[in-house]
Design a protein around this ligand. Structure first.
Ligand code: SAM
Length: 274
């Protein structure tokens, strides 16, 4: 079941009722969730279920379920399994024919998207970007032509490097929206071209503090179709690069495809390096 991502009033009435009824609560961090239960006046046995022990603990929780005792699965914040533990447990419970029922509620990525003003008809949630710069840039490069809105989670100590890599790999003009400390006292949104947002973040003394949802406008669609267009575009850039310097390649490709010159420049550089 989902629990608040900052504001305790976001705990749904149904989630509280069910939490009060179950026999056992499986929680990522029992101390953290113990405080939530205490706030709600609920006292239940807690089982710790986190990334490092999920395989072992899943068996213990499955035994509880088999014995007919209901178990609530919660994480530290938001919806379990969304960049949080629970996948192995839910998969196994389903495989064994047990009833798994969602109790929906807060989720940082949905909260962010609902207020960002970026297209939400198609979005791609990619979890946390890799911690190392090379890995992060490789993932961004892979997503550079994706036309869906991109959504990432990011920790405060990597937010500046992540935004700076987005600017370099996807181009400084790509629109981004950062949702910081959503539902909390210091909730802040930064939005605009990524180069501008990076400056705002650097200039704000509290900018790099707190938790972030990073949302990025998708690439402009290629005329003539998404995936086939993407493949043709790379081919076009490679063909031009065989004859011309990168800057000229970007200018010509922009004229031929109608896509932003800077985006094509970044793509040409990435193809050259790969
Ligand atoms: N399961 C959670 C959910 O449903 O959103 C996400 C858990 S993930 C381990 C934690 C990350 O979610 C944070 O590093 C941050 O990127 C994002 N997040 C969680 N709470 C947030 C908030 N209040 N404001 C902005 N981002 C938040």
């Amino acid at each position: 079941m989902a629990t608040p991502i900052g504001n305790l009033e976001d705990m749904s009435a149904r989630a509280s009722t069910v939490l009060a009824k179950v026999a056992v609560v499986a929680a990522e961090d029992t101390r953290h969730s113990g405080r939530l239960l205490q706030h709600l006046g609920i006292h239940k046995p807690l089982i710790a279920l986190h990334d490092h022990n999920e395989r072992d603990k899943a068996n213990r929780i499955l035994a509880e379920l088999e014995a007919g005792r209901d178990v609530a699965l919660i994480s530290d914040a938001g919806t379990p399994l969304i960049s949080d533990p629970g996948y192995i447990l839910v998969r196994e419970a389903r495989a064994q024919g047990m009833r798994v029922s969602p109790i929906p509620g807060p989720c940082a990525l949905i909260a962010g998207l609902s207020a960002a003003g970026l297209p939400t008809d198609r979005f791609l949630f990619a979890g946390f970007l890799p911690a190392k710069r090379s890995g992060r840039r490789a993932v961004l490069d892979e997503l550079s032509l994706e036309t869906s809105t991109l959504v990432f989670y990011e920790s405060p100590h990597r937010i500046l490097s992540a935004v700076s890599d987005i600017a370099e790999v996807l181009g400084p003009d790509r629109d981004v929206v950062l949702g910081r400390e959503l539902t909390k006292t210091f909730e802040t949104f930064y939005d605009g071209p990524v180069s501008v947002v990076l400056e705002q973040l650097e200039a704000d003394p509290h900018g790099a503090r707190g938790e972030f949802v990073v949302m990025v406008r998708g690439a402009s669609p290629t005329p003539g179709g998404a995936d086939s267009g993407a493949l043709d575009l790379d081919r076009l850039i490679r063909l031009l690069m065989a004859e011309l310097p990168v800057k000229k390649v970007a200018r010509l490709a922009a004229e031929l495809t109608g896509r932003p010159k800077n985006e094509l420049y970044q793509r040409a550089l990435a193809l050259k390096e790969s």
